[in-house]
Design a protein around this ligand. Structure first.
Ligand SMILES: *Cc1c(COP(=O)(O)O)cnc(C)c1O
Length: 351
């Protein structure tokens, strides 16, 4: 470790994203990217905007906020935008969770939450999920300085209903409940209609998954204008221009092309349900996923070995070497053709 580092930075364990192989030929089912390209209108908008790259972008990306607020029928000052939802999560932890008491999030969830907490020295308690990976709602109604829930959860894909999240909100009125809805468009219920009822509700979404724009880096948060104001304070103390011109224009079109969005998400949900049934026929345990991935385990075949054998066969899925989930694989839903090859390779491994 370099002697030049600030002491607290030397102690960090950074997040490790899923592999992005440089050699081609893989069927890539490991980072929950969308298998379909972004809307053609997005590409066209980005191309047109290149003429203006000499100029700084709008620091508040007002036009994008307007597109998001129109889509959700909310006020523009209830929307915050950022360079991917990861950035918004980082700003939120700083804005709302640097308190004396610990924040709460599940023991099995998006692993970036622990990384942000460690980065800012935020105390946290991990709430164990139930044995079936559902969220024990009552355990989030105990003393805390804030709550983070991914809904649907990652990497399990299991979703809470709005009633359950409302119970958590009602029992935590004096602190922020952050709901990370990265996968909500694939069949879960969004909490957006409830922001007017709960000033402590902060929803974070991304264009990386359901709008096929992981490479553009755009996320947004929705909540009471006071929460948005809090996020702006941190953002404007850190980076005035988190979204570049191309990202702003592309994201606006992604929101406007509702038909394309509906068609591609519908296709992914259909493929997911079909693959889920086939995997269960092969003896896999598959959680009830409301996301664009399946979380699977096989009683007769260790997940670690399955991961390695699939990789040899040029199919990349995600394996987490972590307590409770080290016998599971997370499989992103690709196109129907990709998933047929995936199923074929799995069968070959079993032979
Ligand atoms: C993918 C993902 C994110 C990050 O999305 P970006 O907008 O690409 O940064 C955040 N939360 C969860 C749960 C995710 O799975």
């Amino acid at each position: 470790m370099s002697d030049y580092l600030s002491p607290s930075i030397g102690k960090l364990t950074p997040y490790v994203p899923g592999e992005q192989p440089r050699d081609g030929g893989y069927i890539k089912l490991n980072t929950n990217e969308n298998p379909y390209p972004p809307s053609p209108r997005v590409i066209e908008a980005i191309r047109n905007e290149t003429a203006r790259l000499r100029l700084y972008p709008d620091p508040e990306s007002e036009e994008l906020k307007a597109a998001v607020s129109e889509y959700y029928n909310i006020d523009k000052n209830q929307v915050f935008t950022g360079n991917g939802s990861d950035e918004i999560l980082a700003l939120s932890f700083m804005a709302f969770f640097m308190k004396d008491k610990p924040i709460l999030f599940p023991d099995v969830t998006y692993s970036f939450y622990e990384v942000y907490a460690a980065l800012y020295g935020i105390k946290y308690n991990l709430v164990p999920l139930n044995p079936d990976f559902t969220v024990p709602v009552e355990k989030f109604c105990t003393e805390n300085a804030g709550i983070v829930l991914a809904n649907p959860n990652a990497p399990t894909g299991i979703a809470l209903g709005t009633d359950e999240i409302r119970t958590i909100l009602e029992n935590n009125r004096d602190k922020v409940v952050l709901v990370d809805e990265a996968y909500v468009d694939f069949g879960a219920q969004s909490m957006v209609p409830f922001i007017k009822d709960y000033p402590n509700l902060l929803i974070v979404q991304t264009l990386s998954k359901s709008r096929s724009l992981a490479g553009l880096r755009v996320g947004f948060a929705i909540g009471d204008s006071k929460l948005v104001e809090g996020l702006n304070r941190v953002k404007n103390s850190f980076n005035s221009y988190p979204l570049d011109r191309l990202a702003i224009k592309g994201a606006i079109e992604a929101f406007k092309d509702v038909d394309y969005f509906k068609e591609t998400t519908w296709k992914i949900v259909n493929t997911r349900e079909r693959v889920k049934t086939k995997l269960r026929d092969l003896g896999f345990i598959v959680t009830e996923s409301r996301s664009n991935f399946l979380f699977v385990s096989h009683p007769g075949f260790p997940a670690r070995d399955m991961f390695a054998r699939l990789k040899e066969k040029k199919v990349l899925v995600r394996y987490f070497d972590k307590p409770r989930i080290d016998n599971y694989l997370r499989v992103t839903i690709g196109t129907d053709d990709e998933m047929d090859i995936f199923l074929q390779r799995v069968k070959e491994i079993f032979l």
